[in-house]
Design a protein around this ligand. Structure first.
Ligand code: PRP
Ligand code: GUN
Length: 180
C-alpha cells in the first residue's frame, strides 16, 4: 500500500477540489476575452491540470510540455531538459503555465525564458504548491495554491522515483524512503 509510506497528509482531496474551484474562477475572470493557452508541465501537473481545467469557464487551448531536472531521485541535477515540446504555434497567445510544485524555481525560470523565445504575448504561472524557503531562482508566480514546508512532497501527480503520483491528496514522504 502506497499509503504506508506517507509521513503526513498535508492537503486533503476536499481542500484540493476547493482550491481548483477558487483558482479556476479567478483565472476565468482574469483571462476573459484573451486568447488563453494552458500549458501543463508533465508529468507532475497532470492531476492538477485535469481538475483545474474543468473549473475554467472561458475558451482555452490545452497543451503539454515535458521537462525534467530531477532524474529519478530527490535531488535536482540543476540542468533542465525538454523531453516534449509544444505542439502549437503560441505567437501572440497568453500562456498560463500549469505547474504542480515550485522548489528552487529553476524549472519555471527556464520555461518562462524558453516560452518568451516562442513569441507568447504574455506568460503567467499557476502553481499548486510553493516550497518558498527553497527558492534560488526568483520567479513571479501569478497564482499559488498553497505554501508547503521543505519536506519531500508526494501525491496528486507528484512523485518520488515515479511512484505515489496516484495518491489522491498531497502528503510528505517518510524520510526513510528517500534517504535509503
Ligand atoms: O523548482 P524546481 O527545483 O525546478 O522543481 C520543480 C520541478 O520539479 C518537479 O518536476 P520533475 O523534474 O520532478 O518532473 P515530473 O513533473 O515529471 O515529476 C516539478 O514538477 C517541477 O517541474
Ligand atoms: N516529488 C517532488 N518533486 C519535487 N521537485 C521539487 N521539489 C519536489 C518535491 O518536494 N517533491
Amino acid at each position: 500500500m502506497i499509503e504506508n509510506d506517507v509521513k503526513e497528509v498535508l492537503i486533503s482531496r476536499e481542500e484540493l477540489a476547493d482550491k481548483c474551484r477558487e483558482l479556476g474562477a479567478k483565472i476565468s475572470r482574469d483571462f476573459e476575452g484573451k486568447d488563453l493557452v494552458l500549458v501543463g508541465i508533465l508529468k507532475g501537473s497532470v492531476v492538477f491540470m485535469t481538475d483545474l481545467m474543468k473549473e475554467i469557464t472561458i475558451p482555452c487551448n490545452i497543451e503539454f510540455m515535458e521537462v525534467s531536472s530531477y532524474g529519478t531521485g530527490a535531488v535536482s541535477s540543476g540542468v533542465v531538459k525538454i523531453n516534449k515540446d509544444l505542439d502549437m504555434d503560441i505567437t501572440g497567445k497568453n500562456i498560463l503555465i500549469v505547474e504542480d510544485i515550485i522548489d528552487t524555481g529553476l524549472t519555471l525560470s527556464y520555461l518562462v525564458n524558453y516560452l518568451k523565445t516562442r513569441g507568447a504575448a504574455g506568460i503567467d504561472i499557476v502553481c499548486l504548491l510553493d516550497k518558498k524557503e527553497r527558492r534560488t531562482n526568483d520567479i513571479p508566480v501569478t497564482y499559488v495554491g498553497y505554501e508547503v514546508p521543505d519536506e519531500f512532497i508526494i501525491g496528486y501527480g507528484i512523485d518520488y522515483a515515479e511512484k505515489y503520483r496516484n495518491l489522491p491528496y498531497v502528503a510528505s514522504l517518510k524520510e526513510e524512503i528517500y534517504q535509503k
